[in-house]
Every structure is written in structure tokens, then in C-alpha cells.
Design a protein around this ligand. Structure first.
Ligand code: ZN
Length: 308
């Protein structure tokens, strides 16, 4: 079965009027899910919130308390570029919790694979900074729990059009988590995600960055993606793969200038699944054009169902 993580709390975080990271993105995905004629092959799951211990496995305790206070007071947060209030805090806890629950269910074999339709997104959040619409680093929190549950090696594939600077920073010195990112060159967060950022200490060689030129055709992108997965396969045999799934990599996005569509994401999903022995958990990150999001989601999610 393919899991689908969703919570009403995800819709309650409102980053501001006219903000690109709007709840409408998630409403569009949920509607596409509800309209799927193969929904009987999936399980809709309402998750629990993450605990403080689970969050502080990848963020500092000071950051956890600070952001809690900021959300309680309410107001605009400059780093996150979003309005925050107590509903944002709840959404962020349920988002991290959803990713952790899905990852545990896939690791144990209860589910074959899963998609987490959550917000706020996570991959820009560093141990002590909220950045780029991200409060908690959902995918990093899930990877940390997987390691605690006995997964020896976790692969993170980040195909959001932006570089996942937060995830890279959290696991930069780890040889248990391999971080691979494809992203558009010279896009936010500027200066992060160059090819020469490859890990440090025992994590040297366990970070792989692939900046792609703006406007690159889809077949060129796919050629590089498959080439990089082959490289990773020679160095790292993951028990499970987590995907930072940004639909802003799709053609028509308002922030990105790459040219993928649902059919390409389906091919990439199959390739990642092969590398990870079928165990995949996908996390919603960016994506700002509703039509591109729905097209990307359907291609990606149908591939997960086919693989389950
Ligand atoms: Zn993005």
C-alpha cells in the first residue's frame, strides 16, 4: 500500500495575503488525491504531532523555544519570509510528525512507500534558522528518527528547484545519510549547493550537488539525474530513500525555470525506488503554480502506487 499523509492543521498556517506558499497548493493536491480512481491502493493517514525530542534531534533546543515564542506572539518572521501564529506552530509540529510516522511505517514494511502532503515545507530550515518558508526541517527530523530506529543508511534525494541548504548542513558530517540535490543554479539560497560542497569529516563524499542551468531541457536534466544515481549506487546502498519533492522543478513554476512534468517525475521516482529497494517516503517541499503542482503530483504519486 502507498501511504498518503495529510492533516487539516496543514491548511491553517497562513503565511500572508498573496504569499506563494499558500494553503491552496495543498488543497489542489488533496483534491487530486480525492479524484484518483486508484485510491483503494492507498491509505489516507492523519498523523500525530512531532515531540520536542524529535524536533531537537535536528534543531537546537534554543531554536525550538524561540520559534514557539514567536508563533505564540504572532507576526512576520524575516528569515522564514512568512507570517506566523499559533496555527503555524501546530502545522509545523504535525508536518514533522507526519514525515516521521510515514518513514517508520515504510521502514517497518507496513506501507510500501508514502507521500506526505504537508506544509510548511522544511528543507531550508537549519539547526537554528527558519528560512525560505520553512520552520522545522521535516525530512531531516524523519531521517534522524530512522537512524535511531536502526536504519543504517538513509538516502535523501532533493529535487526541489531550490537547494536544500538546511538538510545539507544537518547531515554534512554524516556518513549515514547521503544528501543528493539537483536544483537550478544561482537561485535561492544564493551561494549554497555548489558542486564543490561534498561533505566534511567522515561525511566527505556523502553530499552530492548538481546545479542545473536555468531553462535546461528535461532530457538533459534526466540524463544528469540518472548519471548521478549511478554514481551514488557505487558509493552507498541505502535501506530507504526520502525525497524532498518540490513541484517547483516543473515547467510553469512561478519561482523556478526548469522544465519537468509529471511523466519525468514518474521516471525519477522509479529510479530512486530501484536504488532504495522500493522503500521511498516523499515530502512535499515547494511548488507554486497550481497546474504544475497537480501534474507533478499525479505523475509522482501514480508511480508510487505502481511501485507498491
Ligand atoms: Zn523550492
Amino acid at each position: 500500500m502507498t501511504g498518503f499523509i495529510y492533516h487539516q492543521a496543514y491548511l491553517q498556517h497562513n503565511p500572508g495575503w498573496g504569499h506563494p506558499e499558500s494553503p491552496d497548493r495543498l488543497k489542489a493536491i488533496k483534491q487530486a488525491y480525492d479524484n484518483l480512481n486508484r485510491r483503494d491502493k492507498t491509505i489516507l493517514h492523519t498523523p500525530r504531532p512531532a515531540t520536542e525530542d524529535e524536533i531537537t534531534a535536528v534543531h537546537t533546543g534554543e531554536y525550538f523555544r524561540e520559534m514557539g515564542a514567536v508563533c505564540l506572539t504572532g507576526g512576520y518572521h524575516r528569515g522564514m519570509e512568512s507570517e506566523l501564529d499559533s496555527a503555524s506552530w501546530d502545522a509545523a509540529l504535525f508536518a514533522a510528525g507526519g514525515g516521521i510516522e510515514a518513514s517508520e511505517k515504510v521502514l517497518s514494511g507496513e506501507w510500501s512507500n508514502a507521500f506526505c502532503a504537508l506544509r510548511p515545507p522544511g528543507h531550508h530550515a537549519t539547526p537554528n534558522l527558519a528560512m525560505g518558508f520553512c520552520l522545522f526541517n521535516n525530512i531531516a527530523a524523519a531521517a534522524a528518527q530512522l537512524l535511531k530506529k536502526g536504519a543504517g543508511k538513509v538516502l535523501i534525494v532533493d529535487w526541489d528547484v531550490h537547494h536544500g541548504n538546511g538538510t545539507q548542513e544537518i547531515f554534512y558530517s554524516s556518513d549515514e545519510v547521503f544528501y543528493y540535490s539537483t536544483h537550478q543554479r544561482s537561485l535561492y539560497p544564493y551561494g549554497s549547493g555548489d558542486e564543490n560542497q561534498t561533505g566534511a569529516g567522515k561525511g566527505e563524499g556523502f553530499t552530492l550537488n548538481r546545479p542545473i542551468e536555468p531553462g535546461a531541457p528535461a532530457d538533459e536534466y534526466l540524463r544528469l539525474f540518472h548519471q548521478d544515481l549511478n554514481t551514488i549506487e557505487g558509493r552507498f546502498q541505502p535501506e530507504i530513500a526520502l525525497i524532498s519533492c518540490g513541484f517547483d522543478v516543473c515547467k510553469g513554476d512561478t519561482l523556478g525555470r526548469l522544465n519537468l512534468s509529471g511523466v519525468h517525475l514518474a521516471e525519477m521516482t522509479q529510479a530512486v525506488s530501484r536504488l532504495a529497494g522500493g522503500k521511498i517516503v516523499s515530502f512535499l517541499e515547494g511548488g507554486y503554480n497550481l497546474n504544475s503542482i497537480v501534474d507533478g503530483f499525479i505523475g509522482h504519486f501514480q508511480a508510487l502506487i505502481d511501485l507498491s
